[in-house]
Each structure stands twice: as C-alpha cells, then as structure tokens.
Design a protein around this ligand. Structure first.
Ligand SMILES: [Mg+2]
Length: 329
C-alpha cells in the first residue's frame, strides 16, 4: 500500500487569507486510493507518531466507503482567528455569510479578547458565540476571564478547551458561577489513547476532528465510546479533508451544534469547490481539480520532504492499525 500511495502523492501549498496558527500557507499532501482521495496534512511541526494518526485518517478515507448518512447538509459556524483589526474582522465575517454561530479564538490578551468578542456581538447581535482558548488559561485565569467576558458581552454558547488538562477543566467547572458549557478538543485529539481517558465532569461537549483522531471510522468509535454531545471540526484542511468532517457529521445519529467545518473560508485558494450555502455545507465526496493541483503544487524539494514524512508516519503507527483493521488496496 505505501508504495502505491507514495507513487500518487501530490502536495499543494494553499495560501491563507490571514495568519492562522502562525502560518500563512497550508501544505497538504493528497493521494488516490480505491475508495477516493486521501488527504494527509499534519502541521509541519508534528512528529511522526502524531502524524501517523493523520495518515491513518487519509488512508481510511481512500480505502473505505463513507458511513451511512443521516443528513445531506451540515450547519457550520464561522471561525474567527485572533484578529484585532475591526476591518479585517468585519471582512472575514462577511465571508461566512449565513452562519449564525461564530467561534472566536481568544487567550492572548484579555483586553483584546473582549474587544474582539464585543465586535462580533455588535456585528451579529443574534449569533451564538463560542470561544476557543486552545488550553491557554490556568483555572484562575479562566474563571476571571470568562466571568469578565460574560459581564461585557453576555452569554456564550460554549468555551472550547479553556484549560489544558482534564483535572483543570473539572476544577473550573466546579468553580464557574456562570452558565457556560465546556468543550474538549486537545484533551481528546492530543491524548495518547482517546479511548482511555475519563471525560466525566470535565467536558460537556466533545470536539471531533477527523484527521488527528485517525479518520472517520476511528472518530465514530471514539464518539460511541464517550457518549457526549458532539461538534465536528476541521483542522484547516483542504476541501478533500473537510469532506471527511462532513461525512462524519452526517453519520452521527444526533448533532445538536453547528460544526467547525467552514475553515475553507480562511484559505484564499482551495483545490476543489465546496461552497458555503446559507450557513451550511453539502455532504459529498470531493475530488481535487487537476488544474488546481498543478497550479498550487509545491517545488520538488517539498514534495520529497512530504514523501519521506509520509513514509515515516506510515511506519510510526499507521501500518499496524491498518493491518489490525484488515484494510488492503
Ligand atoms: Mg480548538
């Protein structure tokens, strides 16, 4: 499998509209398998072990048909990076027209956070607002900051990963004096074994990201194991990777929250069309456009780097899982 995979590997560099996670260009590797396209795009700093679950996800998608779908369209939220320019915020929100939920990155500076959240509130008075802290606050900081933001801008739908660890999240939930749900993201996607952790009392909602959790098949197993309300999100994927999130979201028997799958709006170019239609994305298999693959192709030294990386990720964990699951090409 790995030889066929490497032989068809193509890598693109997709420009972002503004800096996100400290990057301005997103490199994505793609290959074709018997059931469709695989997208392998761990962030550049991830090691082979962490990347191996991303490769497992790509191989799952390229090997297995999509699970049965309960819905054809998935409601999505707008995603706002930690921008501080009022004009940039307004422009970015425009590109998410139709979304009635906005996820806002916070955590660098409380003063800037409040201004940013308040601006979204004034631009979209009826929208549901969520915050994502990426585990950046201590319990005490989270208590102070969440109470302060609540005082300034009113109720929030939920806060994603306010603190890093499950113990901190549990303590925070005990001490919070305002009504706000806590969503777990890093606690699950960075866990050595996402089945082995106890989320009881620590999170109210579980975030599922297909690639870091090892694919649609494994994400569905993780969801069934933890039995919590779910939100499906992407990790700045191309349209191909986003389509896996849409497949997963469509396959969940109940889905009560808008999903974070509209991150394609943060890219200024993509390899396939996946239009945002009135705050929703349509569930469909996606194949990259050959002309766009060529247009955004990386130079040969980057392709070589990705081929090496893919091979290392395969042997760092993906191969044994694939054998255990009996997937073949
Ligand atoms: Mg997050």
């Amino acid at each position: 499998m790995i030889d066929q995979l490497l032989a068809s590997l193509q890598v693109v560099a997709l420009p972002l509209k503004s800096k996100f996670r400290g990057i301005t260009v997103r490199e994505v590797a793609l290959f074709k398998g018997p059931a469709g396209w695989g997208e392998f795009a761990p962030f550049l700093e991830y090691d082979d072990r962490e990347s191996s679950t991303w490769l497992l996800s790509a191989i799952d998608a390229a090997t297995n048909p999509a699970p049965m779908a309960y819905r054809d369209f998935i409601k999505v939220n707008a995603t706002l990076p930690s921008l501080n320019s009022a004009q940039e915020i307004a422009e970015l929100l425009q590109s998410f027209a139709g979304c009635d939920t906005v996820k806002i990155k916070v955590g660098e500076s409380l003063t800037e956070d409040i201004v940013r959240v308040a601006q979204v509130r004034s631009l979209l008075p009826k929208a549901k607002l969520r915050l994502d802290v990426n585990g950046g606050w201590s319990v005490d900081q989270a208590l102070i900051n969440l109470h302060k933001i609540y005082e300034e801008v009113g109720p929030l739908e939920y806060v994603e990963q306010p603190c890093a660890t499950l113990e901190e999240l549990r303590l925070l939930k005990e001490k919070l004096k305002i009504e706000i749900k806590v969503t777990g993201d890093e606690v699950i996607r960075k866990a050595a074994d996402p089945f082995a952790i106890d989320l009881q009392g620590a999170v109210d909602i579980l975030m599922l990201k297909v690639a870091p959790l090892g694919g649609v098949t494994r994400a569905r197993e993780i969801a069934a194991h933890h039995k919590l309300p779910l939100v499906v999100s992407s990790a700045l994927d191309s349209a191909v990777g986003i389509s896996y999130g849409l497949q997963l979201a469509a396959s969940l028997p109940s889905l009560d929250y808008a999903c974070g799958l509209a991150t394609g709006q943060l890219l200024s170019a993509d390899i396939a069309d996946l239009p945002l239609l009135n705050g929703q994305l349509e569930v469909n298999p996606i194949s990259p456009d050959g002309d766009l693959l060529a247009k955004y192709a990386v130079p040969v030294e980057r392709l070589t780097w990705w081929q090496e990386r893919t091979k290392r990720a395969f042997y760092a964990g993906a191969e044994s899982e694939i054998k255990a699951k009996g997937w073949t090409w």
